[in-house]
Design a protein around this ligand. Sequence first.
Ligand SMILES: NC(=O)C1=CN([C@@H]2O[C@H](COP(=O)(O)OP(=O)(O)OC[C@H]3O[C@@H](n4cnc5c(N)ncnc54)[C@H](OP(=O)(O)O)[C@@H]3O)[C@@H](O)[C@H]2O)C=CC1
Ligand SMILES: Nc1c(N[C@@H]2O[C@H](COP(=O)(O)O)[C@@H](O)[C@H]2O)[nH]c(=O)[nH]c1=O
Length: 561
Amino acid sequence: MYLKELCKYVFFIMSPGHLHDKIDSCYVFRMSTSRPAFGVNLFRRMQPSGDLEKAWCCFDYVYHVREWLTMACHVYDVSSKATMQAGVLRVIVGLHHPLQHFRGKAITALRKAGIIVDVLGEDTVGDRAQEALEACQYVNIPLLYTATHQLPFSVLKYAMTLDGKIATSTGHSSWVSSKLSRQRVLETRGRSNAVIVGGNTVRRDDPRLTARQENCHSPVRIVMSRGLDLPEEANLWDVSITPTIVMTQRGARNDLQKKLASKGVEIVEFDFLTPRDVMNYCYDCGFLSVLWECGGTLSAPAISAGVIHKVMAFVAPKIIGGVRAPSPVGELGFLEMTQALKLSNVSYEQVGPDLLISGYLYPIPGMQVDAPMWEEAPYVTGSNDEKSVIYFHKTWGFFGAFSTFSPHPVSMENDGKRISWHSVEHYYQAQKFNGVKDRMAEKFAKDIQAADCPEKAAWLGKNFARQHPDLLQPDWQQRRTGIMYEALAKKFSLYPDLRNLLLSTNSRLLVNSSPFDVYWGCGRNGMGLNQLGKLLMKLRAEFEAVEIVKLHKSSIPKYSG
Ligand SMILES: NC(=O)C1=CN([C@@H]2O[C@H](COP(=O)(O)OP(=O)(O)OC[C@H]3O[C@@H](n4cnc5c(N)ncnc54)[C@H](OP(=O)(O)O)[C@@H]3O)[C@@H](O)[C@H]2O)C=CC1
Ligand SMILES: Nc1c(N[C@@H]2O[C@H](COP(=O)(O)O)[C@@H](O)[C@H]2O)[nH]c(=O)[nH]c1=O
């Protein structure tokens, strides 16, 4: 079988342009196992030991495609030499990146290194190639939709009886679908960045909305409630497993807001709460996929607002009746059957005793995504009306290279020695303990340097600092901005594409939209200090000055307070 054959190869499906001869790619592994970690371990085993630490992966997209587990993981900084040494002789490129300017030179680099590279649909055609290509598109659906719609890919999931009810007329709904179906929902949660419910579902069900999978991430839980008439005690207010955000309207029940905030629940206020605003917010947070698990009252305005892309309906062979029993979609205002929304790419699957019907409300974007061009980009990245603002946060976003997590190694001088760092984040975190004459501090810095991904480096740096504030380098709080600036200046000077990207933002405001960071980012409520954005704008001004006076490109700006 062709797919089985292909599982021997690594699918190299994207080639962002800003990495020069590096390969920053999405790889798709195919294997007949249900253990996601297997894919990453497999890849790591393929890496020669010397390059092991260079391959780091993020576990954001894990999808089941037919009987295969298809896993797409981001693998950074794997040079063509490493790929060759790893014994990969042939690379099949499944998809180019949907955004044109992210397409780079990786294919050329691989071919130059003697690796056979076939691009599906270009070098490899025919039915079997088409099947593989569709599988690659499928696995990248959140990325393709996000690039096309500038909103996270949203799935509306519900479980209904054969007579179309999601609960009894009293609101009791546990359970409509079978255990097996609910297990499938838990897996879907584990692949989503956020799960959304409405106020009624919280009041009626007291849900947990966690993924409850071993070693699996749980999505951020979002409650949409205009009136904020929510219970003071609820499972969702326990944020020890994963965060909960309550989205509401300005001024709604300040007393409850304070109580929830004291439990660690985030409160986000909008002037008027709408599904589109919430999705814009999720987009700014860098979310790629969102699961709506609400009832019909909220699903209807979400569908009307055009923010739902896919529907997953579990139909249970049960009849409950009841004229007032709720149905999955409320009022849409349609009068004629001709107005019915028709799903495309519909699939039917039996899950235990239930039937799962899935389909798309908007066509699945193909490879030739009508994505924004370079010059237009700043006008589409922000979700609010301020066209002059550019938001950045996650590395896979349009301006993801502005993130300190972006996979751009930098070499920095320290005590006359040049040391190479996998990313700016690695360098920055390790500097917290730099120069401290203590064996534990030295070990911390080394561990951070060796971290196999920027996320790990950040986690280590923050944890060490929390546990041993006494080991931080003196005046760290005062010095950290300067240290960050030097690393950014180095990074943007080392990579001309990045420098050009920064210059192309002209005089626009750069905002790190990290909802979790009120120092380097703008935080959830936009009131954060946005220091990273400010430093990038300062650096941009320095580059502009260099351009104007036509100085040599070797003149790397120094931080001056
Ligand atoms: N079988 C299944 O798959 C599911 C069943 N259920 C069942 O469905 C019932 C709840 O469904 P339903 O009553 O429709 O509740 P929803 O989950 O759809 O929540 C509706 C609430 O969402 C809030 N909301 C925020 N913004 C908006 C907006 N723009 N438009 C509309 N509502 C908004 C309001 O909360 P507020 O009033 O606080 O302002 C509103 O009352 C329960 O019985 C539950 O058990 C729920 C989910 C799935
Ligand atoms: N009743 C019903 C569902 N209900 C959804 O699941 C939520 C409960 O999640 P948790 O508390 O994490 O188990 C509930 O609030 C509602 O959103 N889902 C289904 O797949 N099948 C069902 O029959």
